[in-house]
Design a protein around this ligand. Structure first.
Ligand code: PLP
Length: 364
């Protein structure tokens, strides 16, 4: 049983629902806003949209996946209240699963590595999760993901009754994005966006959007964004600073994603994109959101006035205050002084809008 004993989930709607009243925490999942960004790429003729997944109750797009995987496991895989779930997570899925398990009276074992934000670990613990920390990367590849998966396998061998949702291969992961994220985005946008730009890790989001595009035959280009050092799309492996984007192992779901284009970005691009979003729109996004902004800037420059580029921001920036938004960390880890940050932000802005040169002011 989770440390926080919760009553069994059920009766999400007992027929007494009031209009405008959601039913419990799960009623907050999805239906996230689609925001038009008129200031981000000034001078770019295209319409720019972002789906703001931070509004989910545990703060990211992973709420959709955690809810769907837990619902499926309790319906079809014999998981019951009082049972145990284990999952490898770089942060967001762990927080979302911890919240789900708290609600459903299930003990959650989160396998994390040192790159997981301490705040995310604290959140998992607050929801009652048992956090299992991997301290060494995989000895062969030097990557953290295989080390986390090995820890999951060892725990499952010792506890055969535990349930492993396995976000990297579970078809419920893309299904949640197809039925939720994609259906909402296309409905909210009115007419199909010309381009949708999405960060990749498990590839659940990309695969769900791909399924939606193919099944509805919508004329939208799907662009995957990955970080240098991630091997998902065939690049060679290397160090990456930010959690949530990229992978050191090719996820099973990657084969389903079939993006039309892949844009590889650097850690510095993540910083530039996130800072551009902050300075122009006063929106604090996570590192993968910064990556997506950096990729979309290149795409927006080539779009016409009647075209639309939609981005997905998987999470908000709160968990990145000690890294992405911390001047000392940026200087220490990436060699970026405040002036250096201004420079890369200005360069990114010019990339999207050749007409509007000049560095950006710091936020007032
Ligand atoms: C912040 C963030 N961005 C992007 C992604 C990528 O999503 P997916 O795993 O569906 O590829 C994740 C997944 O963990 C994430 O946490």
């Amino acid at each position: 049983m989770g440390k926080h004993r919760a009553s069994e989930v059920g009766g999400d709607n007992d027929g007494t629902a009031l209009p405008g009243v959601v039913s419990g925490m799960r009623g907050l999942i999805g239906n996230t806003p689609l925001i038009r960004l008129d200031r981000l790429f000034q001078g770019s003729p295209a319409q720019v949209l972002v789906k703001w997944e931070r509004m989910n109750p545990a703060g990211s797009a992973k709420d959709r996946v955690a809810d769907a995987m837990m619902t499926a496991a309790m319906a079809h895989s014999g998981l019951r209240t009082g049972g145990h779930v284990i999952e490898s997570t770089s942060g967001n899925l762990g927080v979302a699963l911890a919240q789900q398990c708290c609600l459903r009276g299930v003990t959650f074992h989160a396998v994390v590595d040192p790159r997981t934000n301490p705040r995310q670990v604290d959140l998992m613990r607050a929801y009652g999760a048992d956090v299992m920390r991997v301290t060494e990367p995989d000895p062969v590849s030097g990557e953290w993901l295989p080390a986390r998966i090995a820890a999951v396998s060892a725990a499952l061998a010792a506890h055969p009754g535990w349930h492993w949702p396995n976000q990297y291969a579970n078809p419920v992961n893309p299904a949640a994005h197809c039925a939720g994220t994609a259906a909402e985005l296309w409905a909210q946008a009115g007419s199909p966006p010309d381009v949708v730009v999405v960060a990749a890790s498990s590839c659940g989001t990309l695969s769900g959007l791909r399924d939606y595009i193919d099944s509805r035959q919508v004329p939208t280009r799907l662009v995957a964004v990955d970080t240098r050092g991630s091997i998902i799309f065939g690049a060679s492996s290397g160090p990456r600073r930010f959690p949530g984007i990229g992978a050191g192992v090719i996820p099973t779901l990657a084969g389903r994603a079939r993006p039309d284009d892949v844009v590889m970005v650097s850690d510095e691009d993540c910083v530039a994109g996130a800072q551009l979003m902050l300075r122009r729109e006063a929106l604090l996004c996570g590192a993968s959101g910064g990556a997506v902004v950096a990729a979309a800037a290149r795409i927006a420059a080539g779009l016409a006035a009647d075209q639309t580029v939609a981005m997905l921001a998987h999470d908000g920036g709160e968990a990145y205050l000690d890294t992405l938004y911390n001047p000392d960390w940026l200087e220490r880890e990436l060699g970026l002084s405040p002036a250096g940050v201004d420079e890369i932000v200005g360069a990114l802005a010019r990339r999207a809008e050749p007409a509007a040169a000049g560095a950006l002011a710091q936020p007032a």
